[in-house]
Ligand binder design. Structure first.
Ligand code: BGP
Length: 487
């Protein structure tokens, strides 16, 4: 067979899922309404989202907890969805707050009011032909289960997760097609994420809890989460064979700082430990050889039951979804370059890249590289379900917001996604993060904004909650309308 021009992919496919992404705990609010229970993030104070404190005392003192009001999507979802529709969204990524459905995690029956809320949201989306992409759990767990057994520190958590998952799969089986099992599952392995990622507490009762959890415990938690994720995939396909169930990883792209082969190997090692262990298990159905070597060399005794291997093999995902914000560089030589200062990944400043106000180094071409890297390894459809620029915005007196920096960031990434598609990558969706301003995940504050829609709210939770269209709103609308051609 000869090559013909039809084999060339020119640009975004015609059914490409343009949209935006959110998470319940960062934007819903209504934290104690509709029978909702307390979640892990409801215990995090502003400015210290990864460090929980005991609730009762602060509540009495009126201390501000960002997830309590979020941006009030709980009451304003119709207005917000209408704005998404105006931008032309084809898809909308959101998560279901576990504690709306099972307030403590332990109830035998789900909370009808919570289920009804999501029915209403899905119906509203459907009115505009917007396809929901639902994260089953996005960085929040019932706080009761934290107190009981530190969530994913315990194998018991798998059953609780499955009960919740089965409930929502059955309830929404005709309303939701795309599901993501657990948000950024791989970040659990980063020692900064024990509480937010896995609900693991480490510290004294009345003290501020220590967010550092030892890596062995974290990789054990990751194993339980991977088993739960695989069980969810298998169950979902039984409930509705048309479900498309995906993995969700924070893709942390590592470059060697220079051409020293030791740096090259170090970057590869980081990619394996942080990205590929979780990816291989979810996509190929088993741990790669380097994972066993890594556990052995570190002396981690990861407990795996005989049945787990079968479960993992059976429950491989239909597609991959990733978040992608920046790349990082790895060096084996000390004193080479400035430390990046990014609190999520270690590494040195890359002199070829721009750095955001929060120390994240934007790398659009790195996205093309990353998509090719993933595609070459797995050959299943890919979604970019988080990407964007966290920046301080200024609301002008006339209600406008001139966020040309955000337009530039997204444009540059869209260009590189198109390049990846032309390289042959099967990319099916793009949902930039925080399409409407919401509470930042890492800072727990409002002034790190990502949205196309501005929300009048400050770091202390003061403001009218009114929504305003930023310049990027009109720009993104044009991008969607032209299917990525008019940039
Ligand atoms: C990802 C999380 C999101 C969101 C995003 C942006 O890691 O999945 O929940 O927080 O990062 O991060 P931040 O808000 O800290 O800038």
């Amino acid at each position: 067979m000869k090559m013909n021009r039809d084999m060339l992919t020119k640009g975004f496919p015609k059914d490409f899922l343009w949209g935006g992404a959110t998470a319940a705990n960062q934007f819903e609010g209504g934290w104690n309404e509709g029978g909702k229970g307390i979640s892990t993030t409801d215990m995090c104070l502003a400015g210290s989202r990864t460090i929980p404190k005991r609730l009762a005392k602060e509540i009495k003192e009126g201390v501000y907890y960002p997830s309590h009001n979020g941006i009030d999507f709980y009451h304003r979802y119709k207005e917000d969805i209408a704005l998404f529709a105006e931008m032309g969204f084809k898809s909308f990524r959101m998560s279901i707050a576990w504690t709306r459905i099972y307030p403590t995690g332990e109830e035998s029956e789900p909370n009808e009011e919570g289920l009804k809320f999501y029915d209403d949201v899905f119906d509203e989306l459907q009115k505009y032909g917007i396809e929901p992409i639902v994260t089953i759990s996005h960085y929040e767990y019932p706080y009761h289960l934290v107190e009981k057994f530190s969530c994913w520190k315990s194998r018991e958590m798998i059953d609780y997760y499955m009960k919740f998952t089965e409930t929502i799969f059955r309830r929404y089986k005709n309303k939701v097609k795309y599901w993501l099992t657990l948000n950024e599952i791989n970040t659990v392995a980063l020692a900064t994420s024990g509480y937010i990622g896995a609900g693991i507490l480490n510290g004294d009762e009345d003290e501020v809890m220590d967010m550092k959890v030892d890596p062995e415990t974290l990789y054990q938690a990751l194993h339980y989460m991977l088993v739960a994720s695989a069980k969810a995939v298998t169950l979902g396909h039984e409930i509705n064979p048309d479900f498309k169930i995906g993995s969700m990883e924070a893709y942390l792209t590592y470059y060697p700082y220079n051409c020293n082969p030791d740096d090259v190997l170090l970057a590869q090692k980081k990619d394996r430990e942080v990205n590929l262990i979780a990816g291989d298990v979810q996509i190929r159905g088993s741990y790669p050889g380097f994972a066993y070597r890594f556990f052995e060399e570190k002396g981690y005794d990861i407990k795996m039951e005989e049945e787990d291997f079968e479960i993992l093999k059976k429950g491989t995902v239909d597609f991959i979804s990733i978040s992608y914000y920046f790349s990082a560089t790895m060096s084996t030589q000390e004193g080479l370059g400035e430390a990046s200062g990014n609190m999520i990944v270690e590494g040195n400043v890359n002199p070829y890249l721009e750095t955001s106000e929060w120390g994240w180094q934007s790398d659009p071409k790195g996205l093309r590289w990353t998509l090719n890297h993933i595609w070459d390894r797995y050959q299943i459809p890919i979604m970019v379900v988080e990407n964007g620029l966290g920046a301080t915005d200024k609301l002008e007196a006339d209600g406008s917001v001139h966020d040309d920096y955000r337009i530039k960031y997204i444009r540059d990434h869209v260009i590189q996604m198109k390049e990846a598609i032309r390289d042959g990558v099967n990319l099916i969706a793009y949902t930039p993060w925080g399409c409407i301003d919401l509470i930042s995940g890492s800072t727990g504050e409002m002034d790190k904004r990502y949205g196309f829609i501005y929300v009048d709210l400050d770091n202390q939770g003061n403001g009218s909650f009114d929504r305003y269209k930023k310049d990027s709103f009109y720009w993104y609308k044009k991008v969607i309308a032209s299917n990525g051609e008019d940039l």
